[in-house]
Write a protein that binds this ligand. Structure first.
Ligand code: GLU
Ligand code: ZN
Length: 291
């Protein structure tokens, strides 16, 4: 079976324990199946990009003994592909121009699975350059089978609403970029944190609209801090000590249900972890604290 996975960090800060867990789970899944594992820097949202963060992430991955296949893909160099995808959706009548402000939307919208559900106020307006572009979702229930969590379903129209693919400032959004790039890189298996589980139905709807194949999905538990919040660059999760990679790798492996790995070297850690991955007891939950 062909297998191609990827790790797709946003360079808004250094690698932290939560992103190490996602990278480790993804890389082990790929290696255990004799597959490829690709790297993509998700720097499409340029105002969020922190100078030097992408290089720091790449250096950290190397220090932790990750190896990846092929050249690193940078979303900031992929705008032509995003533009072409939008053009296709526009020609198929799936896009419209939205000039609502956040305030307009907040005043009229219910709160759905990932923020306000856009009420469709601007539906039917032709796309134009000086407005945000929204994707018109259909009424069918989006479903997929997560490899860990099982059947996941979402009624996009009522739980999520029409979503933005290009912002008014011209920036292509994560939902569009990730779908175009997963297809462009031939990704068969997406392994990532369950914080993105609510994005998956939107991505599948876009894949369908663009005539792209849907990869398999595995959503790993998200690491919570002591206060119960997701570890993230925004909450200033402590960067990892790249001079001493083994303790953090062992903690990440334990978090993923691989048990204790007492390795004397990176090579030994990776050999044990890859061999154990098929029997890992990954907790099938959306979030948890590390022990
Ligand atoms: N760039 C996203 C993040 O860092 C991950 C996207 C994905 O794996 O689909 O949270
Ligand atoms: Zn609008």
């Amino acid at each position: 079976m062909r297998y191609r996975g990827r790790f797709a960090p946003t360079p808004s800060g250094p690698l932290h324990f939560g992103s190490l867990v996602a990278a480790l789970g993804g890389c082990l899944d790929a290696r255990a199946r004799g597959g490829e594992w690709l790297l993509r820097i998700e720097d499409v949202d340029t105002p969020r990009v922190v100078a030097g963060a992408a290089d720091a992430i790449l250096r950290a991955l190397e220090a932790f003994g990750f190896t990846w296949d092929g050249p690193v893909v940078w979303q900031s160099r992929r705008t032509e592909a995003y533009r072409a995808a939008l053009e296709r959706l526009r020609a198929d009548g799936r896009l419209y121009a939205c000039t609502c402000s956040r305030k307009d939307i907040a005043a009229r919208a219910r709160v759905g699975i990932d923020g306000p559900v856009y009420p469709g106020t601007c539906r039917g307006r032709p796309a134009r350059a000086d407005a945000a572009l929204r994707f018109r979702v259909s009424d069918v229930r989006a479903r997929f089978r997560d490899r860990l969590l099982g059947e996941v379903g979402c009624d996009l129209a009522s739980e999520c609403g029409d979503f933005v693919l290009r912002r008014v400032d011209g920036i292509y959004t994560y939902q569009l970029a990730v779908v175009v790039d997963d297809a462009g890189q031939g990704i068969t298996d997406v392994v990532r944190g369950a914080d993105l589980l609510t994005s998956t139905p939107r991505q599948i709807a876009l894949q369908d609209a663009l005539g792209l194949e849907t990869p398999r999905y595995l959503h790993l538990p998200v690491v919570l801090d002591a206060a119960g919040d997701k570890l993230s660059k925004q909450t200033r999760a402590a960067p990892l000590d790249i001079a001493a990679p083994l303790p953090a790798l062992a903690r990440a492996a334990r978090f993923l249900g691989l048990g204790d790995i007492e390795a004397g070297s990176l090579a030994e850690f990776w050999a044990i972890a890859v061999a154990r991955w098929p029997t890992a007891r990954i907790p099938p939950v959306r979030a948890m604290r590390p022990r």
